[in-house]
Every structure is written in C-alpha cells, then in structure tokens.
Design a protein around this ligand. Structure first.
Ligand code: ADP
Ligand code: MG
Length: 640
C-alpha cells in the first residue's frame, strides 16, 4: 500500500542539529569510495529495530498488531523511480523519535568524530558506524531520503524527508505499516545499487550474520524483460543465512564472517585483535562470541565507562547496557552472550544484580584473561594490544581485587633500562643483590622521567625503575602495594634503600664524614629552611642524587607531585596543600659552595635551586619574574 502525506496537515520544516548538518556536509561531499556500507548500516538498524520490538513484545504482546508475522527486512528496487527501499516491521518510530534519532546526534564524542573527520576525509568517513551515525551514511548514495515510520502500538504514521542540506521535514502520513521504511532516491553515480547481483553480493558480504531474513522483493521491471528468466515468475529471494552467527558451530564460520559480525555488533571497522567463541556447559549454560578490537573505540574514556557486550536470552536481544556483564576495565570488549538460563521476561532492572549474570561474567572474564595470558607470550603481538588497552586494563588493578595477581601478570610497563614493554616478572627476575622492592616513578612522559634527577642514584647502580606515565598509574600504584611479596615503591619513597643495594657501580669510597662536616650540613639545612620559608615543608639530604644538586619530592605517604598536578587540574582543593620536600646532594660542589655564602647571595642561590628543582619536576616556578631577575644577576656575576 502506498503511503500518502495527508493534505490537511502541512509539512513541518526543521533544522538538523549543527553537528548533524556538519556531518552530512562531509558525508555528501566525501570522495569515500566504499559507499556500499550504507546498506550494511541500514540493515543493521532494521535488525536492531526488530530486536527491540521482539523484546518489548514479551511483556506487551499487543505491540505485535499484525498477528505475529515473522520479522523481516525487505529490499525493493524501482528502476523507473531510481529508488532503493529498505523496509522492516520492527519497533518503528513516532514523530518525536524521528526528530530525535534522525535529526540530532545524542552520543557523546560527536565533536571528536567531526574533528577526526576533518583530517583525511575520504578515509575517515569509514568511522561513521562506530560513532553511531550510520543512518546518515544514506546520503553518500542518495540525494533525497524518505523515511516512512509507524511506532509499534501507535496508529499514526509519519513521513520524514530530507535532501541532507541542513533541513528535514516531517508530516503525518496515512497507511504506514508498522516499522520503518527507508526510501533512497539514488544519486546518478549510485544507480548500480539497483542491480540485484550487486545487492546480493553486498548483503552476503556485510549482513549474512543478521538473524532476521533480508528479502529481495521481486523487481517489476524484470517481469517485462522477456529475454531473462523466460517463463519464470520473479520470486522473492532471501539473501542472507539469517541464523544467529554465535549459534553456528565454530568449524562452519569463516574468519570473514567473524569479522563482519564484529563490525555489526561492535559498530567497528577494524580487524578484531582477538576472537573468543565458546559454549559454556555446566550449571549455567551460555554461548558467547566476544571480540577485542585492534583500534581504540572513540568512547573508551567516557566517564560512564559502559560495557558494550550484548545480552540475548534464547536469541532474543535483551540489552547492550548491562553493568553486570563485563567489568569496566574490559569495556572495550565487543560481542554477544546468549543464555537460556535467564527468564525471557526478566526486566533490565532485575538484571543489574543477578546471580546468574554474575556467574556468567565470572566465566567470561576467566576465559578472556586466560586468552590474554596466552597471547602475552608473544611479546610483539601482545604489545599491539597493550599499547591500546593497557591504560584501561590497569583500572582492574584496583577495581578487581580478586583477579589482581592475574592482572599484574598481564600488565606491562616502560622501564629506565630496557626498551619496549617490561613485565613485573621480567623486572623481579633481574633485581640487584640486596634489592627487595620494585621501584617506580610517575610523570607525564617516559623520556623526561628517564632524565629525572630522582633516578640518578638508581641509574648509577644500574637499578631498574618502572616509568609510569598513564594517569591511572597514580591510583593503582598506591593501592596495589606488593607483587610476589615485593613491595612496589616510588623512588621518592625509597628512603635509604639505595645504600643497601649492591649495584653495578664501582664501590664508592665512603667519604669520611667528620663531625665538623656533619655539622656544616646541619647548619646549611637550617639556613635553607629559614631562607625558603613556607615554600617547602622540609629540607633533607639524599644519596639518590649524583649529577644534580637538588630535587623536589612530595612528602612520602602523600601523593606524588604528578598526582597533585592532576588533582589540581580537576579542581581538587586539597591538592593545593601538598607538602613538598627539597632534597639536597651533600656531595655536590654547588652545595658545598652554598655553605660559605650568606646574606642576599645565599637567599638568591637558594631560591634559584628551588626553582630549578621545580622545573625539573614539571612544576611551574612560583614567580617567573623574580626567577628571571635572580638568574640574570647570577649570570652577570659569573660572567663578569
Ligand atoms: P545507531 O544505529 O548507532 O544508533 P544510526 O544513525 O544508525 O545510529 O541510527 C540512529 C537511531 O535511529 C537509532 O539508534 C534508532 O533509534 C533509530 N533508527 C534508525 N533506523 C531505524 C529503524 N529502521 N527502525 C527504528 N528506529 C531506527
Ligand atoms: Mg545504526
């Protein structure tokens, strides 16, 4: 039945949200050659719509107003009008939903996406699906798109239409079937999408795994074409296998089919780095097909840190927003879990804290970590994973107490002595005689950390230090505490450990510290404290330093300076009160010279040393003008 826009109610003209308009502009003008993905996106939406209605009808069977006809997706071609139509009998949309879903982008990350797109447009348009803007890819092939939709349970139908140029319009329409029907008025250079062999091939390639049948309707114009298929009435043709991929035996699934399924469930376009497909049999039965992506999903660091694995009960889609299915530190995992041990009519709320779900989660995590362990034995391969998802996995170190040891085994770090990724096992295997702790230093940048004065003493003795540069490191490092009975310490908190460790360094001759020398140091410390006042909480000596005269550390037990800076950026007032300690290298020539200075030259030198220590730590100098003045006057004296 043909829908007609009613005359009594005029069309309403509406503007696309600014981001959508911008996106459409890019889509319409892109030279992206792989335009056929629009069909995958529309079929994927149609299949989602059927899933949604199937679920809603469990509790409200009246929604299926057609007497329970099977869910289907129909493709039809009109060669005269040059249109390709994709129709489904899923959940449909009402006026408000049409405006919200096809006029705005609700998802966070849109701005980043647009930024990413403005680079190499042709290439990056392929990211469209990942950003949840798949519908708009229709405008790659169509210069006008009509959507006829009626929401399940409602009687009024709607016609949405747009040419993708900043505006769309909406009007009531009569005789609209439940679900959604997308009519694409194909651009001149996209008319090959009217060819059946083309459609057949695209559906087979991208949408074979879709569980709803994708049916190609008979094409009227082919009926008249007597040369082809003489005497054969054209019949509707199902183009896909239409069985849920995860229910098929592994041996019957090709790598390409896995990949396409991953693209569908993950809204992704990359190769899966890992595929895990298994059936758990036992107290609780479930089938799962999970993927670890190769590239970073754009919303990886959204504050919600939502899991993205979809739950099915007996092949009925239930939810893709379940807290309980995947721990947050595995939120990059994509895929499905299908169990028959959950009641079909279970509400999403009830699932939040369900014991069966918790057991399933336990099973999934166990298998995933086991697979990761296996692949971690191939360092080059594993590095590809850790580069991308390491910072997320480390969240598990303080969120998943039960599996902390397993996660520590999987964790990799940068090191002061070795290139590439280092495991804790590597580290502890080459600890020095007398060393019984794992030393770490945190900061923004590994190269900078390597040159930190804090490491000088460790470097001189050839003691390895782990360089922690992810913001997350500050959180777990203080809470984890030990690995295989070895305490994890920051170099600032190493105290006099260094003296006890036998390093590579030729044994340093103990400088005989006479009572007089000791007193001189004590006096200097007092003088420095007085001169620097409240700028530092304390002054003390250290044997950590070799080439540098001073360094600045946070009061041990408290947070590191790096952490304090991070908190400050987030407006945490407490961090303003962070206590800083100036450590001095008593053996350094400069410090020895300092002992004989007094008056304003002493104060200037002390202030300069403190500022220097601040700069090296990545802290701002307190008063740049005063700093510059002192530095100039010092230089003048030195050069004069
Ligand atoms: P995504 O599928 O990632 O949400 P899309 O741009 O593909 O993003 O679609 C936007 C939204 O429009 C969907 O989330 C859905 O709510 C709605 N939608 C699209 N196609 C259909 C359809 N065939 N039936 C019902 N709703 C649809
Ligand atoms: Mg979509």
């Amino acid at each position: 039945m043909a829908e007609t826009a009613t005359k009594t109610k005029p069309e309403e003209n509406l503007q696309f949200q600014a981001e959508v308009a911008k996106l459409l502009d890019i889509v319409v003008h892109s030279l992206y050659s792989n335009t056929e993905i629009f069909l995958r996106e529309l079929i994927s939406n149609a299949s989602d719509a059927c899933d949604k209605l199937r679920y809603a009808a469990i509790t409200d069977p009246k929604l299926l107003d057609d007497g329970g006809k099977a869910f289907e997706i129909h493709l039809s071609v009109d060669r005269t009008a040059k249109t390709l139509t994709i129709a489904d009998n899923g959940v449909g949309m009402n006026r408000e939903e049409l405006i919200a879903n096809l006029g705005t982008i609700a998802k966070s990350g849109t701005a980043e996406f647009l930024k990413a797109l403005s680079g190499d447009k042709a290439k990056d348009v392929s990211l469209i699906g990942q950003f949840g803007v798949g519908f708009y890819s229709s405008f790659m092939v169509a210069d006008k798109v009509e959507v006829f939709a009626r929401k399940a349970g409602e009687t009024q139908g709607w016609r949405w239409t747009s040419d993708g140029q900043g505006k769309f319009s909406i009007a009531e329409a009569d005789n609209v079937a439940r679900g959604a029907k997308i009519v694409l008025h194909l651009k001149k250079d996209a008319e090959d999408f009217l060819e059946t062999f083309r459609l057949r091939k695209i559906v087979k390639t991208y949408s074979d795994h879709i569980a709803v049948p994708v049916i190609l309707d008979p094409i009227p114009s082919e009926k008249k074409d007597a040369n082809k298929d003489k005497g054969n009435e054209p019949k509707a043709e199902t183009l896909n296998s239409a069985s849920a991929l995860w229910t098929r035996p592994k041996s019957e699934i090709t790598a390409d089919q896995y990949k396409e399924f991953y693209h569908h469930v993950g809204h992704a376009f990359d190769e899966p780095w890992h595929t895990l497909h298994f059936k758990a049999e036992g107290a609780i039965e479930y089938t799962t097909l999970l993927f670890i992506p190769t590239t970073k999903p754009f919303d990886l660091f959204n504050p919600e840190r939502k899991s993205a694995v979809k739950l099915y009960v007996n092949r009925v889609f239930i939810s893709d927003q379940l807290e309980g299915l995947m721990p947050r530190y595995l939120r990059f995992v994509r895929g499905v879990v299908d169990s028959s041990d959950l009641p079909l009519n279970i509400s999403r709320e009830m699932l939040q804290d369900n014991p069966v779900l918790r057991k399933i989660q336990g099973g999934l995590v166990k298998r995933l970590l086991k697979d990761l362990k296996e692949r971690s034995e191939m360092p080059e391969d594993y590095a590809k994973f850790w580069d991308v998802f390491g910072p997320v996995m480390k969240e598990g170190l303080y969120e998943d107490f039960e599996r902390r040891d397993e996660l520590l085994e999987l964790a990799r770090f940068r090191s002061s002595l070795h290139e590439g990724w280092v495991s804790l096992k590597d580290y502890t295997g080459r600890m020095k005689e007398g060393q019984d702790a794992i030393y770490t230093i945190t900061g923004e940048d590994a190269a900078m950390l390597k040159n930190s004065p804090q490491l000088e003493g460790f470097m001189a003795k050839g003691i390895e230090v782990l360089l922690l540069t992810d913001p997350i490191d500050e959180f777990w490092a203080s809470s984890v505490g030990v690995y295989e009975k070895k305490p994890i310490k920051t170099v600032a908190g190493a105290g006099d450990d260094l003296a006890k460790i036998k390093g590579d360094e030729a044994e340093e001759k103990k400088e005989e510290q006479g009572a007089a020398a000791e007193q001189a140091i004590k006096d200097l410390i007092e003088k420095l404290k007085k001169s620097l006042g409240t700028a530092v909480a304390d002054v003390r000596t250290t044997d950590k330093l070799k080439g540098s005269p001073v360094c600045l550390v946070a009061d041990t037990g408290g947070v590191s300076l790096h952490m304090a800076r991070m908190l400050k950026q987030h407006g945490d007032a407490q961090s303003l009160a962070i206590r800083k300690i100036l450590e001095i290298n008593a053996k350094h020539a400069l410090i020895k010279r300092l002992m004989v200075l007094s008056g304003s030259s002493f104060d200037d030198a002390a202030a300069l040393l403190l500022d220097q220590a601040r700069i090296v730590e990545g802290e701002p100098v307190a008063d740049p003008v005063a700093f510059a003045k002192r530095l100039s006057s010092m230089l003048e004296k030195a050069l004069g």
